[in-house]
Design a protein around this ligand. Sequence first.
Ligand SMILES: *Cc1c(COP(=O)(O)O)cnc(C)c1O
Length: 339
Amino acid sequence: MIDLRSDTLTRPTPGMRAAMAAAEVGDDVYGEDPSIARLEAQIAEMLGKEAGLFCVTGSLSNILGVWTGVEPGVDVLCDADAHIVRAELGAHALLHGVTTRTFGSVAGRATAAAIESMIIPDLGPFLVRTGLIEIEDTHNFAGGTVQDLAELRAIRALADRHGLRMHLDGARLWNAAVATGIEPAEVAALFDTVSVCFSKGLGAPVGSMLLGSRDDIARARLQRKRLGAGWRQAGILAEAARYAVDHQRARLADDHAAAQALAAEIASRTDGVVGDVPTNIVVAHVAPGTAPAVVAKAADRGVAVSAMGASVVRACTHLDVTLDEARTAGVVLGEIIAG
Ligand SMILES: *Cc1c(COP(=O)(O)O)cnc(C)c1O
């Protein structure tokens, strides 16, 4: 099976397993795991933030990041296809009383114009007001879209004018950086809090991080414990994440090339099904209602992909998929979609 359902499917490489086996560990709830402390310091420095908090998932680091930015009942603005509203299963509302309103976009590209029209100032104690803007880079369900830096700067200026906080869901900020050559810190600088994942294309088995000010991270650390997600000797996982960042980041370019090869095979057999493929995610727009059938037929032919909606099929390239396998998958998908 060529498994392209997600880039979370990667398994730890031999070098990563060796780094995990050699990890120095301690009890992190007591603040005594040196591997976690080192990873938090390293990533905070890389992203130009004061502090970091190692978390079990990107969902948790988003849940904590948004929580540090808004009180209950205050509005969060995000894309209609954002991971925080589609794939975190209502957690922000359930746990923290967060309400969201969503803005539209073309292919996941956030614009200051779309966001500005949604901002509600404080109009008194009978209407929600906007407190935070959330942006995803790269945008997952839209097809690995990289946000435009000039537009992000315009959104930051808008947020400053309205006194709003900003949270970045940078699960694949590493992919964005490889695609654009822009340092992740330059994007992170525009946000109050940032979440990044080690468990996607970077290939760590587990782990994400929330970055922000020292105060926000101290508060998030308490809330993480309250939610039952304090770590003990998780330095074994921190060393896997550190290995991923140090040794498996540059090769994300290979995943991007494989995704483009896959999309090219689909494009040569179909019309208007795939658009640009900026990073490691290929989104195919198939006839309405047919996505589950396309997924089932592909599985019969040894290619695993996901239906992300009635007419959207998604394939992710990653560490455990070769360029040839990606091409083969593109041929299979192209033939099935062409009928
Ligand atoms: C994968 C992902 C996350 C985090 O997912 P977890 O499975 O909770 O680690 C967050 N945001 C985006 C955009 C993602 O793709």
